[in-house]
Design a protein around this ligand. Structure first.
Ligand SMILES: NC(=O)c1ccc[n+]([C@@H]2O[C@H](COP(=O)([O-])OP(=O)(O)OC[C@H]3O[C@@H](n4cnc5c(N)ncnc54)[C@H](O)[C@@H]3O)[C@@H](O)[C@H]2O)c1
Length: 364
């Protein structure tokens, strides 16, 4: 296979956080982007050096201040963790760097607000790695939703193996890490991506673990997240379903998109042909092939990592503000995260969250 043509100009990026995830899923994306890794940074000097040398640079640092002072990079990729992302992002922006950061963006809504203020002051690009909204299959699903023949969305549902801690308010007050934070932000990103910022949500938790979260959207759409804690990790772990006025769409395992278009000539009493109807009404199936080693069937493309970094790199190079995975979008996701911890069976209106008292709420 020939290598992709070298795009010019190119963005100079530095990796902050030389851990497992950066190695597995973030650095490989750079091979196919107009971006060059010019430096690494990790509190562990051995890791910082090792990651730098693997990617052909000798510049490695053990703290962000030194990296900023080096003036080597235009942007940082933060792959550290939610406790440190806000502080590092604000420091990088005030040092003149654009910021892409992995999810979760912080421990709560207030953390995102700090970054929104820093972004306004520094005028830098910021993208949060909300990968679910960047998956090619989710992009295709969303494109079908804007096709008028489906009509308006009525309901949407998600399934993901996860849970909300029974002592949610304490988790929030003590800024404790939890499964609802590290994994919950994935389906919450997809739900906010599909339905917009909900008006309210309610967590109905089973005393045995797992449960359902229901969402009310200002548009009248209703949503539901099945927190399928206990679900085996064999096979498909994740599913999204959107039902419209005319037809529905199902995204299974991030890769199999079924589009049930309106118009199938269903006749309860007389119909004898399940495959009736022409090509304009037939259900569509999109799924990747895994016979050939091509780009589109690799996890970094299927799961949206490449697309989110591409959006970031192109925004930095063009100067056009990023429009996807924005801090406003991440804030709406974190509002759902906080509301989920506080709900304990009662509806929580997002505008009434403590973080939103007495202030205007930016829309995603
Ligand atoms: N989107 C996804 O699917 C996905 C998957 C896995 C992890 N993640 C996210 O990636 C992030 C990192 O996860 P991980 O599994 O790679 O963790 P990790 O512990 O393997 O890596 C984190 C690295 O950050 C370094 N670090 C800590 N403090 C630092 C500081 N102040 N400055 C510079 N480096 C510092 C650590 O030494 C470590 O090498 C988390 O936010 C996690 O949620 C996302």
């Amino acid at each position: 296979m020939s290598s992709p043509p070298q795009e010019s100009p190119r963005l100079k990026v530095a990796l902050v956080g030389c851990g497992q995830h950066a190695r597995r899923s973030i650095l490989p994306c750079l091979d196919d982007l107009p971006a060059d890794l010019v430096a690494t940074c990790d509190v562990d000097p051995t890791r910082a050096r090792e990651y730098a040398s693997r990617y052909g640079t000798r510049a490695s640092f053990t703290n962000l201040a030194e990296l900023i002072d080096s003036h080597l990079a235009d942007a940082v990729l933060l792959v550290v963790g939610p406790r440190l992302h806000p502080e590092l992002a604000c420091q990088a922006m005030s040092g003149g760097l654009h910021v892409w950061m992995e999810k979760p963006p912080g421990m709560n809504v207030a953390d995102v607000d700090r970054m929104l203020a820093a972004r306004a002051a520094a005028g830098r690009q910021v993208v949060v790695g909300c990968k679910k909204i960047f998956m090619p299959a989710m992009d295709r699903l969303s494109a079908f939703l804007s096709d008028a023949k489906f009509g308006a969305v009525r309901t949407l549902s998600a399934r993901y193996p996860m849970d909300v801690s029974p002592d949610g308010p304490a988790v929030l007050a003590e800024r404790r890490p939890s499964n609802w934070l590290s994994n919950g932000v994935h389906p919450l990103s997809a739900i906010v991506g599909l339905g917009g910022r909900p008006r309210s949500l309610t967590v109905h938790r089973s005393p045995r673990g797992g449960g359902f979260v229901t969402f009310e959207f200002p548009t009248g759409v209703l949503g539901c997240l099945h927190m399928a804690a206990g679900h085996a990790n064999s096979g498909s772990m994740e599913r999204y379903e959107v039902v419209c006025e005319h037809g529905h769409l199902v995204l299974e395992n991030c890769t199999r998109l079924l589009v049930h278009r309106p118009g199938y000539p269903f006749d309860y009493g007389q119909g004898r042909d399940f495959a009736a109807g022409g090509e304009d009404v037939a259900a569509l199936v999109y799924e990747p092939q895994f016979s050939l080693s091509t780009l589109e069937n690799k996890a970094i493309y299927l799961q949206g990592f490449h697309a989110e970094l591409q959006h970031f790199v192109r925004s930095c190079l063009s100067g056009e503000p990023a429009t996807r995975g924005t801090l406003e979008f991440a804030r709406a996701v974190m509002e759902c995260y906080e509301a989920g911890l506080l709900s304990q069976g009662k509806p929580i209106v997002l505008d009434d969250l403590p973080a939103n008292q007495g202030r205007g709420v930016p829309s995603p």
